[in-house]
Design a protein around this ligand. Structure first.
Ligand SMILES: NC(=O)c1ccc[n+]([C@@H]2O[C@H](COP(=O)([O-])OP(=O)(O)OC[C@H]3O[C@@H](n4cnc5c(N)ncnc54)[C@H](OP(=O)(O)O)[C@@H]3O)[C@@H](O)[C@H]2O)c1
Length: 277
């Protein structure tokens, strides 16, 4: 049967959004991707941009930026969800994070009888090392963060995107909270050691005091909110509450999640940390 739904991806140039857009396009579906830099612009901080983005849409993948845990995000997502329902959206897949009180509040917002909803609650992304906040540090040979010796089951965003895509497009995923993690929890020391080994280049992990980390970020000109967020993620969220591996990938896709080593080999093959890229 032909799929006549009209899909929206909010945050379509981001780590998961980009991959969901590609998957929808590969399936030949009618998909609109939006962010602040797209042809039809969408800005979480400018409500006047929301209506045009939602026009004619009935299924949406929603990623909030910079992070669903920041103060005010829940209220903003709530307003977006209401407008989406008013404009005829019937299915929402929401990306959230594990162990964040605010993220879990946001999840409740889509759990409404008018909606077919799915939550994809993710652990820390492996791609933070190659497409995100830690990439520059890897390139410089020293990942310096305030993370303690606490393990995290990093997840490959390819897995998140596949879970989000099937939840958006296929049947049988409504009303599910997929808590998605990688197959094993590793500390930052271990993660960087594995990275260094696969890359065959010296990269080490160095723990620095939180205060030094935050003031370094501020000195580098990061907006206040981002420094606050990283501080929150490293001091509050990375405290051991999320060590446990969960099986959301297997529940949604019927296969195990990708391992950190698989991610590293693919990222290296794609030239992720090449010096003259
Ligand atoms: N990174 C992790 O380890 C992790 C773990 C669990 C959950 N998450 C969740 O993942 C979500 C996205 O994180 P990410 O790391 O994937 O982000 P990302 O790769 O940095 O992508 C952010 C996306 O949002 C867009 N964007 C940024 N500011 C925007 C704004 N004001 N209005 C509209 N669009 C905006 C960006 O495009 P433009 O710049 O073009 O606007 C881009 O498409 C967050 O909600 C976070 O809580 C992240």
């Amino acid at each position: 049967m032909t799929d006549t739904h009209r899909y929206l991806v909010i945050g379509s140039t981001g780590k998961t959004g980009r991959r969901v857009m590609s998957a929808l396009n590969e399936r030949g579906l009618d998909a609109r991707g939006v962010s602040r830099s797209t042809e039809i612009p969408f800005d979480w901080n400018d409500h006047s941009t929301w209506s045009a983005a939602l026009q004619g849409i009935d299924r949406a993948y929603v990623t909030y930026s910079p992070d669903i845990a920041i103060p005010g995000a829940v209220e903003t997502v709530e307003a977006l969800v209401q407008l989406a329902i008013d404009k005829g959206v019937k299915r929402i897949v929401l990306l959230t994070g594990r162990g964040e009180e605010e993220a879990q509040r946001a999840e409740k917002l889509i759990q409404r009888p008018e909606l077919e909803w799915t939550v994809v609650r993710a652990s820390w992304f492996m791609q933070n090392f190659s497409e995100g906040a830690f990439t520059g540090m890897v390139m410089e040979g020293a990942v310096t963060l305030p993370a303690r010796d606490i393990a995290e089951p990093f997840i490959d965003v390819d897995d998140i995107a596949e879970v989000a895509t099937v939840s958006l497009v296929e049947e049988g995923h409504a009303g599910r909270i997929y808590e998605v993690t990688g197959p094993r929890a590793i500390t930052f020391t271990q993660a960087v050691a594995e990275l260094s080994e696969e890359l065959a280049r010296e990269v080490h992990y160095e723990r620095i005091p939180t205060e030094a980390f935050v003031s370094g970020l501020e000195a580098a000109g990061l907006p206040d909110g981002v420094a606050w967020l990283l501080d929150y993620l490293f001091t509050t969220v990375l405290d051991g509450r999320n060590v446990e591996v969960h099986h959301g990938v297997e529940e949604a896709l019927g296969r195990p999640p990708r391992d950190f080593r698989d991610y590293l080999r693919d990222a290296i093959a794609a030239g992720a940390w090449e010096v003259n890229r």
